[in-house]
Write a protein that binds this ligand. Sequence first.
Ligand SMILES: Cc1cc2nc3c(=O)[nH]c(=O)nc-3n(C[C@H](O)[C@H](O)[C@H](O)COP(=O)(O)OP(=O)(O)OC[C@H]3O[C@@H](n4cnc5c(N)ncnc54)[C@H](O)[C@@H]3O)c2cc1C
Ligand code: FES
Ligand code: FES
Length: 517
Amino acid sequence: MGPLVMVNGRSCALGEVGGHVTLLEWLRSSGFTGSKEGCAEGECGACAVLVARPDGDSSSRWTAINACLVPAAGFDQQEVITAEGLGTARDLHPVQREMADRGGSQCGYCTPGFICSMASEYYRTDRIPSAEANGRRSAETEPGTGGRAAVRAERNGSDPTAPGHAPDPEHGPNGFDLHALSGNLCRCTGYRPIRDAAYALDRPDGADPLLRRLERPAPAPAATTIGSSQGTFRRPGDLAQTLVLLADNPSARVVAGSTDWGVELNIRHSRAELTIGIDRLPELRQLHVGVDAIDIGAALTLSELERGLAGTVPLLAQLFPQFASRLIRNGATLGGNLGTGSPIGDSPPALLALDASLLLASRSGEREVKLSEYFTGYRQSVRRPDELITVIRVPLPVAPISAFHKIAKRRFDDISSVAVAFALRLDGGPAGEPAVGDIKIGLGGVAATPLRASATEQQLIGGPWTSEVVAAAARTLTGEATPISDHRASAAYRSAMLGAALRKFHAQHPAPAHQEA
Ligand SMILES: Cc1cc2nc3c(=O)[nH]c(=O)nc-3n(C[C@H](O)[C@H](O)[C@H](O)COP(=O)(O)OP(=O)(O)OC[C@H]3O[C@@H](n4cnc5c(N)ncnc54)[C@H](O)[C@@H]3O)c2cc1C
Ligand code: FES
Ligand code: FES
């Protein structure tokens, strides 16, 4: 029996899809034409489908992903639901019913994608109506939303925990998190009817088969080899097998969430002779919070990490909601973000400020590399072709004061023009006044690599945390970068944003007033 994927409860042969046929292409060519192609680069969500992903060891979660980015071969033995699998014209699913009744669809091109993103949120078992949550949910403790609540509170001063209301304007009274739709674009309906449909959803019926399905574990990843005329896809069974395969094939393309590689496949028509799927390797999917460090598995998705860390690292909690959309975060990994070596990835500035290290593994062993020594040039790093990033290690305790500033053209779902992360500890100075005990500043988008602002850090450490000192340091920070001008921002703007970010950080976290005087 060849590779099979379960679509809408029906077992379907994957065929010779190799590593280059995306799940969306395969679905459409197999007759599941409900899923649409809009952009083929993860921007519009028309292709969103649901996949059964693990939610702990014993249950599952219907997770919405961009089918246009992921290789179909990675779904051998997996379960996928498309919009057709949710309901029929005669028997609409509650999500489809609400969208129809509230005018959430006009041309309908985006609708199947919205339906799938909405259904994922509909079935989220920790979605709690605000009336129930009121008084017992706090922005800090609600998994996956603490960071966003903090960012929002910082931006608009709103109180996301105000009693008697939905927690904030981006959650419905039914607990629906509007950010579940952040990766879906609609060009003709307007978003209010879509939001109305989302906020009108009740809880799923207890007998709903898709709800009942969540009580069982997600399908285990299958070790797979699928060929094609344009290359082979392989999913090894464990890390040791992967490292042997990589050592023997150093030009192979390793793929985790495929949110970067999928764009290369579709837009640049890149092809790999051998694609190695590492997204489900158990060794790369552990999250361990120890006494001295947090070890983050390189193949955990950002959504899993957001839930797993639940605000333990405030800097990362601020980063996650600003990173792409929920659809992208449901696939994207930290290993992939660092694996690209991109100077505008969002995680490097934050991880640099956290003084993180990477564990790099190959057939010949493992080594630990400080992230500050990892990048060597534009999209280059010390990682050898036969090495995988297995773990991102964040030392504990994390600095008590931190911030992540992402300067981008759009508030959400946009690549950074500039990203700056701060991690600060204030100690007592010689006369007991607050002084900078330690500060680490990570920068992105302002040089050929992400970098630490070492000169600015040294200028600040040991000195008082005052506006005058910070203003002088902001001038140093502006000069530490070597930005370029491109379609996102000019070099002068990027430099100016660095100084502004430091002054803003100080304004938001001043030394206690009576001590600064
Ligand atoms: C619409 C859209 C929006 C985006 N928005 C953002 C954003 O806001 N911020 C941002 O930073 N990025 C953004 N990205 C880029 C992308 O989502 C991230 O870089 C993501 O973290 C990549 O992770 P992945 O697992 O999908 O990587 P993949 O696509 O699977 O891999 C990317 C690269 O890393 C390598 N790689 C993967 N895992 C490992 C590993 N463990 N060890 C070594 N190499 C590895 C692969 O070989 C490949 O070269 C966006 C992308 C899209 C399509
Ligand atoms: S087709 Fe636009 S996100 Fe997939
Ligand atoms: S209904 Fe036409 S794009 Fe959304």
